[in-house]
Ligand binder design. Sequence first.
Ligand SMILES: [Zn+2]
Length: 169
Amino acid sequence: MNRRNWISNISGLLAAFSLPGLPMGSARAASAFPLTKAKPEWKKLLPADSYRVLFEEGTEASGSSALNAEKRSGTFVCAACNLPLFDSAHKYESGTGWPSFWQPLAGGLGTATDFKLIYPRTEYHCSRCGGHQGHVFNDGPQPTGKRYCNNGVALKFVLKGEPLPALRT
Ligand SMILES: [Zn+2]
């Protein structure tokens, strides 16, 4: 990210808040998603590791997800609400130990800027339920140059030819 983008991101973030000192991550929490459930409800519905990543913005250990090595054709859907987020055609081996894609499916993701590691990173999440998926970086392969670095536990893989799961309501 170049310096100009940094500055515009920071001023955009400040402009978005009327109150100073709001905790990080509030930008996303404040937006409304088509599917909204209280955190305790998601906690009941999801495995503990998926819940922690999706709704507490956790990060799984590098190399811990079986989806990292998933090379078959198919679709990656949100582990919380089943919205299709990535196609296997856009997955690549980034060497990071996290499932990586150079492009999401249209309409699948929303983004926000977070400052958890001091420098701003672009967080992305499911556009339907708001569940945190990962971060996007500008060191990916062509044609986009993007690296969507995703938590495996935030995704489910659906093999090509198998029906996509119904969207959770
Ligand atoms: Zn979702």
